[in-house]
Design a protein around this ligand. Structure first.
Ligand SMILES: *Cc1c(COP(=O)(O)O)cnc(C)c1O
Length: 362
C-alpha cells in the first residue's frame, strides 16, 4: 500500500530527539507558557525573519485571534475563497464576523482578485487569501485592492510553512500570517498547534493577551480572552522538527518535479509550477477524477480530495452562500485529486503511483 501521507516514517527517524524533548518538559514542567514555548517562539522568529511569533493552540485559533486582535467582529465582513479547508471560514465565524466567499483562479486555486473585488461592500474589513496546497499566493494585486478600500490582509498559511515570496517567507507579508501544526502539515507537531506571525508589536500584544485569558501580566484582565496557547510539550517537539523543515520541503519539491515530468503527457492538469511551491499536497485535475481514484485504490494507492465541497456548499456555511455561484470553486471540487506526497515517499513508492496513473490512461 502507498499511503497519501506517512507520519510514522518521520517520527521514527526523529525518535531520539522527540524523546529528549519529552524528557526535558517532564524535568522542567514547562507545560504552559514556559521556557520551551519562549524558545520555540525565538527560533520561529529567526526562521521566518519576523519580529513577532506567537504560539497558539491551532491554526484555527491563529486565524480567529488575528481577526479579533485587528478589531474585526460583529457586523464586519471578511472575504475568503470558497475553495479552501473549512477552518478558514470557521475562524471568521468564531470572531463574530461574516465570511463572504469569492471564487478562485482556476490555475492557482487562489482567491481571485477580480471576484474578491466584486464582493467588497461597505462592511468589508479584511481579505483572507489561502496559500492553498503550499503554493504562495501572488499577494500584490490583493494588497492593492486592500489598500484602495482600506482593508486588512491576513494570510492563511496553514499549508505553506517555509514557502517564500522572493526573499521573504510566506506568512510575513501581510498584517498577520497564520499557521497550523496539525500533524500532517509540512511542519506538524504531535497533536494540535498553531502560530501567528506579525510585524506589528501592538497586534502581537493583543494576540498574546487573547490566547491567555485576556491577561498579559498575572491578574491583569483587560479583555475577555481564550485558552489558546501552544503547549510547552508541542513547542519542544516543534523545536526538534523546525531545523528539518527546509530539507523536507526540498524533498517535496523534488518529488513534485518527478511527478510532473512523468505525467506531463497525460490528459491531466498538473500543479501550476512555481519555484517557491512547498507542495503540502500534489494535486492533479481530471474530468474523470472519481474513476481515476477508484483505479488507484484498486492498485493499493491512497489518494485524497482536498476538497470535495467548496465551503459555501457545506451545510455548516450554507447560510453564508447568499445564493451566489462560484463556478471555478465548484469545478475544482469535482476535479481535484491529491496523489501521495510526503518527504519520506520513496522513489519506488512514487514509481508505483506513476505507473498506476499511466495505466489508467492506457
Ligand atoms: C489545517 C488548516 C487550517 C486549520 O488548522 P487547525 O490547526 O486544524 O485548526 C486552516 N486553514 C487551512 C487552509 C488548513 O489547511
Amino acid at each position: 500500500m502507498v499511503p497519501l501521507v506517512d507520519l510514522h516514517a518521520q517520527h521514527a527517524a526523529l525518535g531520539d530527539e522527540l524523546r529528549a524533548a519529552l524528557d526535558r518538559v517532564i524535568r522542567t514542567s514547562s507545560f504552559i507558557l514556559g521556557d520551551e514555548l519562549d524558545a520555540f517562539e525565538v527560533e520561529a522568529r529567526e526562521y521566518f525573519g519576523v519580529p513577532h511569533a506567537i504560539g497558539l493552540a491551532s491554526g484555527t485559533d491563529a486565524l480567529h485571534l488575528a481577526l479579533r486582535a485587528l478589531g474585526i467582529g460583529e457586523g464586519d465582513e471578511v472575504i475568503l475563497p470558497s475553495f479552501t479547508f473549512v477552518a478558514t471560514a470557521t475562524a471568521v465565524h468564531l470572531a463574530g464576523a461574516t465570511p463572504v466567499f469569492a471564487d478562485i483562479d482556476p490555475t492557482t486555486f487562489h482567491l481571485d482578485p477580480v471576484s474578491a473585488g466584486e464582493a467588497i461592500t461597505e462592511r468589508t474589513r479584511a481579505l483572507l487569501p489561502v496559500h492553498l496546497y503550499g503554493q504562495p499566493v501572488a499577494l500584490q494585486p490583493l494588497r492593492e485592492l486592500a489598500q484602495s478600500h482600506g482593508l486588512r490582509v491576513i494570510e492563511d498559511a496553514c499549508q505553506a510553512h517555509g514557502a517564500r515570496d522572493g526573499e521573504r517567507r510566506i506568512g510575513t507579508l501581510t498584517d498577520a500570517g497564520c499557521f497550523s501544526f496539525y500533524p500532517s502539515k509540512n511542519l506538524g507537531c504531535l497533536g494540535d498547534g498553531g502560530l501567528l506571525l506579525t510585524r506589528d508589536a501592538e497586534l502581537a500584544d493583543r494576540v498574546r493577551r487573547l490566547r491567555h485569558h485576556g491577561q498579559l501580566g498575572k491578574h491583569d484582565h483587560q479583555t475577555v480572552g481564550f485558552t489558546a496557547r501552544l503547549d510547552g510539550l508541542q513547542a519542544a517537539f516543534l523545536r526538534a522538527k523546525l531545523p528539518h523543515l527546509d530539507a523536507w520541503n526540498e524533498r517535496r519539491r523534488q518529488l513534485a518535479e518527478r511527478y510532473t515530468r512523468a505525467l506531463a503527457d497525460l490528459p491531466l492538469v498538473l500543479p501550476h509550477p512555481t519555484a517557491d511551491h512547498v507542495y503540502h499536497l500534489y494535486v492533479v485535475r481530471s474530468g474523470d477524477r472519481d474513476a481515476l481514484a477508484d483505479h488507484l485504490r484498486a492498485a493499493e494507492i491512497q489518494t485524497g480530495i482536498h476538497y470535495p465541497q467548496p465551503v459555501h456548499r457545506t451545510e455548516a456555511f450554507a447560510g453564508y452562500g447568499g445564493g451566489t455561484d462560484y463556478p471555478q470553486s465548484d469545478a475544482a471540487a469535482r476535479e481535484v485529486l491529491s496523489l501521495p506526497m510526503f518527504p519520506e515517499l520513496s522513489e519506488s513508492q512514487q514509481a508505483t503511483v506513476i505507473s498506476a496513473v499511466r495505466g489508467f490512461f492506457g
